[in-house]
Design a protein around this ligand. Structure first.
Ligand code: ADP
Length: 159
């Protein structure tokens, strides 16, 4: 059985993330979404809120779990029983950073393989930070995230 670990900030989870979840969970027997719990990073939602939003978004996937974690990603992935790390790649913006991280992860954990999924054309330009920026300015991006995420964002950002 192959278990994959999909790490990220998920601040909040978007349809771009969920497209990767759908595709990865159809290939791997088990997929664990790992929500970084890093106090230094300035994020809108707490780790508990990000986990909750992600859990609600993947409730229909029987082989997908969500957990928060801190520390070194590959070490946590290994402890969770994963053999594979999953990441999503958007055109141009992600490659260099992902390549650098992949090489460092390989040095730390040669036994863990990285599988990158090319972002869906519909979500190439979608990032959690851009989403927050637009919602903050009163824009509507309801087709880019689940309804409960949109409600949570509106609650946090709009008066
Ligand atoms: P991080 O802080 O690790 O970049 P993110 O939550 O921004 O955390 O992203 C987690 C993973 O999901 C990364 O591999 C990122 O490239 C991928 N990702 C983010 N947005 C999208 C999207 N719109 N389409 C596909 N993959 C995405």
């Amino acid at each position: 059985m192959t278990t994959a670990f999909y790490p990220g900030s998920f601040d909040p989870i978007t349809n771009g993330h969920l497209d990767i979840v759908k595709r990865a969970s159809s290939i791997f027997e088990k997929l664990i979404i790992g929500v970084y719990d890093i106090p230094q990073k300035s994020l809108l939602f707490s780790a508990a809120e990000r986990v909750e939003l992600a859990r609600k978004a993947v409730v229909d996937y029987k082989n997908v779990q969500v957990t928060s974690y801190s520390g070194i990603t590959v070490e946590f992935a290994r402890k969770a029983g994963a053999q594979v790390l999953v990441r999503g790649l958007r055109a141009s913006s992600d490659f260099e950073r992902e390549f650098e991280m992949a090489l460092m992860n390989k040095k730390l954990a040669p036994d863990i393989e990285l599988v990158c999924f090319m972002a869906n054309l519909r979500y190439q330009f979608l990032s959690s930070s851009l989403l927050k920026e637009i919602i903050n300015l009163g824009g509507n991006l309801d087709d880019m995230m689940p309804a409960h995420v949109s409600a949570a964002l509106n609650n946090k950002l709009l008066p």
